[in-house]
Ligand binder design. Sequence first.
Ligand code: FMN
Length: 188
Amino acid sequence: MATDKILYINATVSNPSRTDALARYLLSFLHGEITERKLTDLSLKYMDSAAISKRNADISKQDYSSYPLAKEFASADIIVIAAPHYDLSFPSLLKTYIENIYVIGLVTSYGADGRPVGLCHAKELYYVATSGGPLETRFGYDYIKALALDYFGIKRCELIAAENLDIYGSDAEAILEATRDKIDHLMK
Ligand SMILES: Cc1cc2nc3c(=O)[nH]c(=O)nc-3n(C[C@H](O)[C@H](O)[C@H](O)COP(=O)(O)O)c2cc1C
């Protein structure tokens, strides 16, 4: 049987990071070859005018040689994203990563009716988040889920979250332990 390609998109910033620790706990249940992309180490740049023009030209020539991260994302069997909750959403690095991998012809295409047809191979995407207060999923997880299911063609999306970690009086370690228990239950 072929080995699963597991892509770990590490969008954490702090060191140590509780989100990264939870994601690594989840990864310990997955079997396959793990490739980690630590976004703080990638020198990703937002899509400026020159990058957009180049990408449009490349897409029209079907020249995908400049987009290894997009190819890696499209060909992964399982994707794990670690993203702490920042300002109602996730760190801007993750949005920059998405801008960089969003290459029509690799991760998605559009049908004659203008609707997206996902081209990604992954059977599942796990989104691991932690938050200081209650987790508001609308602009973080729900956005990634919509992209994954509706645009990228990923079959299943799962949220693993530890919330209220920074609220005065919270027992952060107990919340993290309960979240690890949920991961045990989900992955067994
Ligand atoms: C820049 C920044 C923005 C944050 N924004 C929020 C927020 O909007 N809502 C919230 O509940 N927690 C917020 N937090 C708290 C973090 O989500 C929380 O401490 C999280 O566990 C940090 O994860 P980490 O240990 O993986 O870095 C923020 C923290 C930082 C550093």
